[in-house]
Structure formats: C-alpha cells, structure tokens
Design a protein around this ligand. Structure first.
Ligand code: ADE
Length: 228
C-alpha cells in the first residue's frame, strides 16, 4: 500500500512511521509513506497557502489553489483510491474504517490547519472525511498518523502472527480480554487457572466471557441489545 500525505508541518510526521510495526512494514516493502510539504505549491514566494475567509470571521482558511495543484501533480503519478481529509467534522474513525482502508492500494491524506480548507477542495477532490474523535486538534497530522498506524498494521504480512489482528479489540465489536505472561505468580497475584490448564476450548470460552464482561462494563454501546 502506498500512502501520500499533504501537510504544512511535515516535521510532525517524521517519526511516527519509523518504529516498531510500521517500520517493519516499510522495510518489508508492504507500506510506503511519503509526506509532502504543501508549501511547495504555495501561491507566492512567501510560502502563502492560507487566506482570510470570505464573509468575515476569525481564522485563516487553506486556499484551494495550492491544494488543487498539489493533488493534481500527485495524481499524474498515480490514481488514488481515496483522497482523505482529516477534519473534526468527518466520519468518526473506527476499526471498520481501518479494515476497509487497509484493502486499498493508493491513499492520499490531506492534513488541515487553521479554520480548515476551502470547501471547493472538499467538494471536488476529497472522497472521504475522517475525524479521530470529538475534539479539535491544531492540525490533521496527528490524526493522519493514527489512521496510517491503524491501517498499516492490518496489511497482510505486517504482523508476525497474521491472526493476531483478528483478536484486537473492536474487530468483532468486543474489547479484547485481559492478557498475562510469566511468571504465573507475581507478588501473590495469580494468573487465572484456566490459562495455565492447556485446554484451548476452555481458554477460548474464558476469553469470550471476559470480552463480553469488559465490553458490558466499559463500552456497552458496542454491544447489540441481544448481547447485553
Ligand atoms: N483536525 C483537527 N481536529 C481533528 C480531529 N478530531 N480529527 C481529525 N482531524 C482533525
């Protein structure tokens, strides 16, 4: 998968993809992430990419020209399956969106700043608008990093044990069950007996039961009425 990101602060995206699982994904050639500085397409030598909003009001708006020129130049190289705009008024980013996006080949992510981007770019280029939560960040970069991380780890071959993503929280609308590792007894705190017993069926049953219990307690909204 190839992901391009348009940003006015590309420095913010220097580190997130260079560690751990995403680093491995890149090294294995499963994921390519390129970050482009939108100022390269600025309208003048001052690097201007934003302007006052029509109709008045506080806050600058990112101009259509640099964004349109950037998108069109990048589109010469490849056709994007999705052009995503990171914005607090987008659809809430959930595991199911990550699953869906992980099946695409080419994605472009636009990071907004200031008051947002000129609506005409949203109307004519953007195919999907994503919010990472009901709060306002100072820009879309951190959200973009989250989206790329959530997608990248789902790409086939990225995780060592391919099945492990299947048991993540949210994959089946359930929170993940508790996990334990050695030692079996730590400060007198014991690992549940069933996990030590070596009966995979019982372990599965216990995990499902714990998942349901945790979801009911912490995130009942994830469960349909029948599971409650
Ligand atoms: N940009 C600013 N706030 C955001 C949010 N909550 N999600 C995605 N992009 C954003």
């Amino acid at each position: 998968m190839k992901i391009d990101i348009l940003s006015v602060i590309p420095e913010l995206l220097e580190s997130p993809f260079n560690h751990s699982i995403l680093k491995r994904a890149k090294e294995k050639g499963l994921l390519e992430v390129r970050v482009f500085n939108l100022r390269k397409w600025a309208v003048n030598d001052y690097g201007q990419i934003d302007d006052y909003q029509y109709g008045g009001g506080a806050g600058m708006v990112m101009m259509p020209e640099p964004l349109a020129n950037a998108i069109e130049e990048l589109q010469q190289e490849k056709k994007y399956d999705e052009i995503i705009f990171m914005t607090p008024d987008g659809e809430l980013f959930e595991q199911k969106t990550a699953n869906l996006l992980s099946m695409k080949e080419n994605i472009l992510i636009i990071c907004g700043h200031y008051k947002g981007i000129d609506q005409r770019i949203r109307d004519h280029f953007v195919t999907r608008e994503i919010s990472i939560g009901d709060y306002v960040l100072s820009g879309g970069e951190l959200g973009a990093a989250i989206v790329v991380d959530a997608i990248g780890r789902l790409l086939p071959g990225v995780l060592n044990d391919e099945t492990s993503a299947l048991f993540d929280s949210f994959q089946d609308n359930l929170l993940a069950p508790p996990v334990y590792t050695r030692p079996a007894s730590f400060r007198g705190w014991e690992v549940p007996e069933v996990l030590l017993g070596g009966d995979p069926k019982k372990v599965d049953e216990w995990r499902l039961e714990k998942s349901l219990e945790l979801t009911r307690m912490k995130r009942p909204n994830l469960l349909s009425d029948s599971d409650l």
